[in-house]
Write a protein that binds this ligand. Sequence first.
Ligand code: ADP
Ligand code: MG
Length: 399
Amino acid sequence: AYSDLILYINLVLCSGSKQRYIVKDILGQGTFAQVAKCWDMETNNYVAIKIIKNQPQYYQHGVFEVHILSMLNQKLDPDDEHHIVRMLDHFLFQNHLCISFEMLGSNLYELTKENKHNGFTLDVIQDLSKQILDALIITRYAGIIHCDLKPENILICTSEKPPKIKVIDFGSACFMSKTIYTYIQSRYYRSPEVLLGYPYTVAIDMWSLGCIVAELYLGFPLFPGESQFDVLKRMTEILGDQPPDNLLRNATKTNNFFKHVGSINQLVDDQSVKRNNSDYQILNEEEFEIRGLKRPKIGKKYFRFVKLEDIVADKASRKNLPDEQLDKERAMCLALIDFLRGLLEFDPAKRWSPLQASHHPFVSREPLLFLDKPLRETPLTPVSHALRVEHDPRQGHQL
Ligand code: ADP
Ligand code: MG
């Protein structure tokens, strides 16, 4: 049984008939697999071996992961320059498909936790964004959607300073031409089109990247929803907008989130969500019951402010920076916000491509000529029952 795998620690894994790997530690455990740190007796190196659960559907995913990674590694990134994990080998062990990888360090979620959810410096975030974009330029070129971009799937390379990272876990990846699964992406990082059941493209990875970059700055996920509705509701509030009508009209799950109000909607203008000219309005919790649907789980608010701009400005002012540095931080925050707005664009057709995003001043570090409004002039919009972000919304549960 899969649960017995843990007992393999210090047992020897076999590649072919020859004993080759000694399991030293468990590095991670996900939905599909367990990842073990192993000593490779043939190369005298540590490797990470992903041991896939021995059930047919997981095996299929694993085979596909091998297929996609060999294509990415060998054809598109032969010189290992584009921040995609290197696959070393794959083999069957006691009916488990095993994939061996170069040994990497901690994932970005673990690092966030280690630094007590304070967030990283903007310099580091710029550098990390550039590297992730580089990987996404390659995957897009290959027509591959990663489908599960999140901090847990971005690993730092050990002993490199400044931090070099690699994108891992192509176990949910698919080709643009074959988007068969509808239940993809981890909830906090799930794009509006996937939530709503609208045909998705490589643009879903860019949405996830926007969520990741915001989280690296804030120290906490931007949309830590307890349910799919909760995630979408947070998006509309924080971004002050909603998906375009043409997406809502053509998505299969729109009715789970929105009501069709037609032209009456133009009279409705409550709260913070811009609903002018839309035929759709997001449901409120009571309306689920009226419709005979289960009330969606709604988590608590994690930020003291509602709008993205305010959440970022508030974070900047809490970094306890000296005055001179605070001005520079605020200027860089303007670039950060503009960058995030391009990634967290509701309309997948308008969302930036990795190449476009890599030319943005936030990443290219060109001067911000077009952004001259000081951030401190932004009026802050507090949440009435505001709570400080104090604990980790993941609380150890699987997304
Ligand atoms: P799953 O599909 O189950 O999520 P992953 O490939 O994402 O599997 O691996 C799960 C976890 O194992 C990762 O989040 C990471 O912490 C760890 N891990 C995976 N690959 C490596 C590696 N090459 N080096 C070090 N740790 C790894
Ligand atoms: Mg993973």
